[in-house]
Ligand binder design. Structure first.
Ligand SMILES: *Cc1c(COP(=O)(O)O)cnc(C)c1O
Length: 401
């Protein structure tokens, strides 16, 4: 199947886009006008299977009726108040997130700071680390933590960092997954170690088994905070509430965003134990963070994942998807990695961007975080039949480039 290339309404809208929007993302590959469940429609009327979910955002698919209902009900009751005040919705979401983060350490105190995005959640985390009385931070090679200056200082990609230097300082990068390399630079001058449980932007890279527990042990030994960035991996994406929870650890700081609001912008920085009280009155702030509409979206997402048993479903769907791609035995597929419904298809040649373009032309939205890796992050509700349709098309897509 090949769809109409963007010639009609899309071509016109693309030209308007490039004439009005800053060119930070390159020209848009498509202009989408509608979404429902796991499908998207472009401005020329073509339908796509969304296997990227707004980059791990639309966990419950597009236009989920209950999320819409929760957002509309909150918006028509109380849409916003300043952070001089609170709302029951915000408090309810705070309690839920704190409980999720401390699930491996019941009774451990936790507090949340709400934001509108992942990078802002990490800025809040960054400020918490500065309140430890130490300034050194350790981040990982291959990391991605966001584009604002603090989060960028923790992001390893030189192409993202270098044009904006000087960035907030005292950050050391070590190889991801290498506990000996971490142990070598870790001492009691280190405020925090930040890592992703799976590096999504780096091409869905997982550390060796036992690594997270070891990092927990090493950081605790020197009184450094363990800061886990769950912005992409959290809220069920990898089959657990937190991708890090299966390893039994509890972070001192845990950040969330992408999957939390199903598209409504919301992020959260949860801190536990002594870190939970390092930011006091006046030390940080936000106008929109904690907005009750965002909180209503977050509560709806958490409630639906729980009610529909989606964590178990994500485990099963993810395993089945990986197994069926592996079973293709295609010569251009090296292996499939990742967990739950965050998967990287590792190719034997640097053709992933071309494969993603071919997929789009055939009606599948995927992406290529690395030249050799295709990333799949479909809505958590994706039916097996839709995943099978993609797997059946994949050999043809790989052969076509
Ligand atoms: C996307 C992402 C961020 C940044 O989130 P934004 O909402 O784009 O600011 C931070 N950390 C990780 C791991 C991410 O994947």
């Amino acid at each position: 199947m090949t769809l109409t290339p963007p010639v009609g309404a899309q071509a016109e809208l693309t030209s308007q886009y490039t004439g009005s929007v800053m060119n930070t993302f390159g020209p848009p590959k498509r202009v989408f006008v509608r979404g429902e469940g796991v499908h998207l429609w472009d401005a020329d009327g073509n339908r796509y299977l969304d296997l990227l979910a707004g980059l791990a955002v639309n966990s419950l698919g597009h236009a989920h009726p209950q999320v819409i209902g929760a957002i509309s009900a909150q918006l028509s009751t109380l849409g916003h108040v300043s952070n001089f005040f609170a709302t029951p919705t915000q408090i309810a979401l705070a309690e839920k997130l704190d409980a999720l983060v401390t699930a491996n350490a019941p009774g451990l105190p936790a507090r949340v700071f709400f934001t509108n995005s992942g990078t802002e959640a990490n800025e809040a985390g960054f400020k918490i680390t500065r309140r430890t009385g130490r300034t050194r931070l350790i981040a990982m090679d291959g990391s991605f933590h966001g584009r604002s200056l603090g989060a960028l200082a923790l992001t390893s990609n030189p192409a993202y960092r270098e044009p904006f230097e000087p960035l907030p300082g005292d950050v050391t990068f070590v190889p991801y997954g290498d506990e000996a390399a971490l142990a070598e630079v870790l001492d009691d001058t280190v405020a925090a170690v930040i890592l992703e449980p799976i590096q999504g932007e780096n091409g869905v890279v997982e550390p060796p088994a036992g690594y997270l527990a070891k990092v927990r042990e090493l950081t605790s030994a020197v009184g450094a905070l363990l800061w886990i960035d769950e912005v992409q991996t959290g809220i069920g994406r990898c089959g657990d509430w937190l991708a890090s929870s299966a390893s039994g650890v509890t972070g001192d700081i845990v950040t969330f965003a992408k999957g939390l609001g199903n598209g409504f912008p919301i992020g959260a920085c949860v801190a536990t134990g002594p870190a939970a009280t390092l930011l006091g009155p006046g030390s940080h702030g936000t106008t929109f963070g904690g907005n009750p509409v965002g909180a209503a979206a977050g509560l709806a997402v958490l409630g639906i994942i729980e009610r529909d048993g989606l964590l178990q479903r994500v485990h099963e769907a993810g395993e089945r998807l990986a197994a069926s791609i592996t079973a293709l035995g295609h010569p251009r597929i090296d292996h499939v990695r990742g967990r739950g419904l965050l998967r990287g298809v590792v190719l034997t040649e640097p053709i992933a961007p071309a494969v993603a373009d071919a997929a789009l032309a055939a009606g599948f939205v995927i992406n290529a975080p690395r030249p050799t890796v295709v990333r799949l992050a479909p809505p958590l509700i994706v039916p097996d039949a839709e995943l099978d349709r993609f797997v059946a098309a994949l050999p043809g897509l790989l052969d076509s480039v």
